[in-house]
Design a protein around this ligand. Structure first.
Ligand code: ZN
Length: 317
């Protein structure tokens, strides 16, 4: 899908977000009036890749209750954007459908924006892909596994067996992923280290242990939290034995290898402070892999609401 016409893009975005009933961005009321632009136009619109500044086709609504004006962009990650909505939609489609996501470089070329704009755009859309903070906890058969981003993968398991607990080798960043093998949902997070205490805290936040079975490898740090689960199956990676009594951490292995391929191949260098947003993107795609591209975009547009990510704090460090 490549949206070309800006009016169509607005209509499409409104449809994806509201399904025909505009919701006030300020008070949540569901009755609003469309405001016809004076003289038929709203001044100059966004500049397209060909350098032509189009006529604005911004569609503005007025809330019947609080009387304030809003558009489909108000109070979303696209709030105040100068980029054409058609271009936002094009990038959204690619992020949702390409297995490795899309790089800032590709966005730059595709829609003719600066490297900073492309980078910021992608981070804003990653923000939209973050899971709803009010979503419930995971329960079922949960695979827990951790990996280190930014270093050589081949020594992972050997290094995990070293006696000193919780070491973070070099500049590598530890990441914990929890996969519900029944629903296919994955939740990943950057963790400070891989000690028992850290893993316990991270897992407790996301999993209803008393209703779940834990599958993890034999890393000793899983033992304390494992006792809170209905059952804890330790899978022996070390002997190349990935399946034990039907238990497996293969789901996590597959997830991590895809994540690393993409971080190395598509996104190149990802720093620790931004890594959580890439994880949100990967979790989103993995967790929605059974959905169609349209359903996935729909979910992304819904996630864009109520979230903002401005450029300055993003590069403040
Ligand atoms: Zn309102």
């Amino acid at each position: 899908m490549r949206v070309q016409d800006e009016t169509d893009a607005y209509l499409l975005l409104e449809e994806l977000r509201w399904h025909g009933t505009p919701i006030c961005a300020h008070c949540g009321h569901d009755k609003a009036y469309f405001l016809n632009p004076k003289g038929g136009t709203r001044g100059s619109g966004p500049k397209r890749a060909d350098g032509v500044r189009s006529q604005s086709v911004r569609r503005v609504w007025k809330c019947a209750k609080c009387r304030r004006q809003f558009s489909v962009l108000t109070n979303t990650v696209m709030h105040g954007t100068k980029i054409a909505i058609a271009d936002w939609l094009t990038v959204m489609v690619l992020m949702c459908s390409a297995k490795n996501g899309i790089s800032a470089r590709e966005v730059e070329r595709l829609i003719g924006v600066t490297p900073e704009t492309a980078w910021h755009m992608l981070h804003r859309l990653r923000e939209a892909m973050k899971r709803d903070p009010l979503v419930g906890m995971l329960s079922g058969t949960i695979v827990a596994d951790e990996t280190f981003i930014g270093g050589a993968e081949k020594n992972k398991h050997a290094s995990k067996r070293k006696p000193a607990p919780g070491r973070t080798p070099g500049a590598k960043v530890p990441v914990l992923s929890l996969i519900n093998t029944e629903t296919g949902e994955v939740r990943s997070q950057v963790i400070p280290d891989v000690t028992g205490m850290t893993l316990r805290k991270a897992i407790e936040q996301e999993v209803m242990a008393s209703e779940s079975i834990l599958h993890a490898d034999q890393w000793a740090s899983y033992k304390p939290i494992g006792r809170d689960f209905v059952a804890h199956v330790a899978v022996d990676h070390g002997n190349g034995q990935y399946v034990l009594d039907g238990a497996s951490t293969n789901a996590a292995e597959g997830y991590f290898s895809q994540l690393k391929r993409s971080l190395d191949g598509t996104h190149h260098h990802v720093s620790r402070e931004h890594l959580h947003r890439y994880l949100a993107e990967f979790d989103f795609r993995y967790s929605t892999k059974e959905l169609s591209d349209t359903e996935r975009i729909n979910r992304m547009v819904k996630g864009a609401a109520g979230r903002r990510l401005s450029y300055r704090p993003l590069v403040a460090r």
